[in-house]
Design a protein around this ligand. Structure first.
Ligand SMILES: [Zn+2]
Length: 326
């Protein structure tokens, strides 16, 4: 079989050589094993979906039975992807007829603080435990990788062990994605405006080897990108010291990671540490949004009394600045 493929490549390469002689820019062909790639793409043509019997037709492959999740039309691209050993997906890109404008109610806003013990704690004091799926599966994972390392590479038993490990990783990924999808959907259904702490620091925090696994297991970055496309409007707030500052009076209350309660000695506010951080994110987010109104497109805005009051304050501050300068 391999010899045949080799011969075919050799003849193809000869043909390419002839093309090159004629001034065409062509590289060499090479043999790709089915293990070497996990996806291929059809651009513009070579595919069709018959909605009646839910079948996907692909050029050079034929008709395939698929589970169609939603109605699609005006398809521009189809990518076929293999996940693990068992599952195949078709990712279908469509051109939408017209953009959908959504009105945003600013009173429906929330600030979200993400963490390791609690996955989220928001400004409405709602909290969700962090399931840490990888952590729960570490024991079977270690067992499976140990088994794999003891098999002879390339043998049938090696392949079996490899499949077992792959299935475990797939299960963890599916559990995590399911959880993240449910959380991000619930937030984007309940709120119009979502403020999330900018997760730039995540990569920095993974340098701490004690925290790295738990952080990457949490999937905050994926959560953020899911919110980005699901929510009506997501604002990433860059705000240092969210857990230090008092959300009521702005007083700085230094505390170590172990201290879970925020106690302000100025205004005597006692709050959960993460709730305080979420309130800070919400407040700073709203402030930054009021300062740069352009970040929310006009046609998508619904001005609320709170906002009008804020913008009046903002203007008076600006006027004051102007007069003091003059
Ligand atoms: Zn305070």
């Amino acid at each position: 079989m391999l010899q045949m493929v080799g011969k075919k490549i050799a003849t193809a390469n000869k043909a390419l050589k002839a093309l090159r002689k004629n001034g065409h820019k062509v590289g060499r062909l090479k043999y790709l094993h089915s293990e070497d790639y996990n996806s291929f793409t059809y651009n513009q043509s070579g595919f069709d979906i018959t909605a009646v019997d839910g079948q996907l037709w692909l050029s050079k492959i034929g008709k395939l039975k698929i589970r169609l999740h939603r109605q699609v039309q005006n398809i521009k691209q189809v990518t076929v992807k293999r996940e693990g050993k068992r599952r195949w997906y078709a990712i279908i890109c469509c051109e939408l007829a017209e953009p959908i404008f959504k009105f945003i109610d600013i009173s429906k806003s929330v600030g979200i603080d993400v963490g390791i013990t609690k996955f989220v704690h928001d400004s409405d004091n709602h909290e969700v435990e962090n399931p840490l799926f990888l952590k729960k599966m570490l024991k079977p994972l270690r067992r499976a990788s140990r088994q794999l390392s003891r098999r002879q590479k390339g043998s049938a038993n090696y392949q079996k062990a490899k499949n077992r490990l792959q299935v475990l990783h797939e299960r963890i990924k599916n559990q995590r994605m399911d959880f993240l999808h449910k959380q991000s959907s619930s937030y984007s259904a309940r709120y119009d405006l979502i403020f999330l702490e900018k997760l730039l620091r995540v990569l920095n925090m993974t340098k701490n080897h004690r925290l790295a696994r738990a952080i990457l297991d949490s999937g905050w970055v994926t959560f953020g990108s899911m919110l980005k496309y699901k929510a009506k409007h997501l604002v990433e707030v860059y705000s240092p010291n969210t857990s230090v500052d008092c959300s009521h009076c702005g007083n700085k209350v230094q505390k170590s990671l172990a201290v879970r309660i925020h106690r302000c000695d100025k205004c005597f506010l006692v709050l959960d540490r993460d709730h305080n951080a979420a309130l800070n994110i919400l407040q700073r987010g709203l402030k930054s949004l009021a300062a740069t109104k352009s970040s929310l497109p006009m046609e998508r805005r619904e001005v609320t009394p709170v906002e009008t009051e804020k913008s009046v304050k903002q203007e008076s501050i600006e006027a004051h600045d102007f007069s003091s300068r003059g």
